[in-house]
Design a protein around this ligand. Structure first.
Ligand code: GLN
Length: 226
């Protein structure tokens, strides 16, 4: 099968002009199904431009991607009907991707006891799709964790959320609820069990997509909450 590669003239490095000015990032939000609208709101609050992604061509001029929450069975089917599966896997080789809830399921390597969803294998984790949903349909949990020694406190809204039940050694755990990871990072990729956009939580969008943030992923120390 033939992969899709971004043409040379849209690669990241070309965003630096010869005068050395940064032209700014443009981040894509996958708009096949689910809760994508509020991610654009977060980006606009942060002063980062964003656009909806529906085709492989849309990936050409973006520097990062959000796979939102929703229904992973539907997102998985639509990725194939819109021919986006291989383009997104290739995009992930050079660019950061953030997945929330169903988006985290899509980014996983495998899903416990579920054949309906074909994940992308971008994060080396195993998830149990509706583990939190069977116990509690939806809840808001206070979560506190540290980034480079600074304490961060947020609310995490879990909606029939996936539980991360296994992680590879190379996966970094940023935050946990009840001893299970709910925020994981591997290289340039970030996965969350919950919906930060529902609580106006902007820190994760900054970690991944705001190069001037002190917690930008390249500035983060190796942390492991486990
Ligand atoms: N339970 C959903 C799924 O399996 C995820 C729910 C969500 O994204 N809030 O895809």
């Amino acid at each position: 099968e033939r992969g899709y590669e971004r043409p040379w003239y849209v690669r990241n490095s070309w965003k630096w002009t010869f005068a050395g000015a940064w032209l700014g990032s443009n981040i894509g939000v996958l708009e096949l199904q689910g809760n994508y609208a509020l991610h654009h709101k977060i980006f606009s609050d942060l002063g980062i431009s964003s656009k909806g992604i529906k085709t492989a061509k849309d990936l050409d001029d973006i520097d990062g991607l959000v796979i939102p929450g929703g229904e992973s069975t539907t997102i998985s089917l639509l990725l194939d009907s819109f021919d986006l599966r291989i383009p997104i896997k290739n995009f992930a080789k050079e660019n950061p991707i953030m997945g929330t809830c169903a988006g985290l399921i899509m980014m996983s390597k495998s899903i416990k006891g579920d054949k309906k969803v074909t994940p992308l294998g971008i994060l080396d984790i195993i998830v149990d799709r509706n583990a939190y949903g069977r116990q509690i349909m939806s809840c808001k949990e206070p979560v506190s964790f540290r980034l480079n020694k600074q304490k961060i406190e947020i609310n995490a809204t879990l909606i029939r959320a996936p539980k991360i039940i296994s992680i590879n050694d190379s996966v970094n755990v940023l935050a946990m609820i009840d001893n299970f990871p709910v925020v994981v990072m591997q290289g340039r990729h970030l996965g969350l069990s919950f919906h930060p956009e529902l609580d106006g939580v902007t820190i994760f969008h900054e970690i991944l997509f705001n190069p001037s943030c002190k917690f930008y992923w390249t500035n983060l120390n190796k942390v492991n909450a486990a």
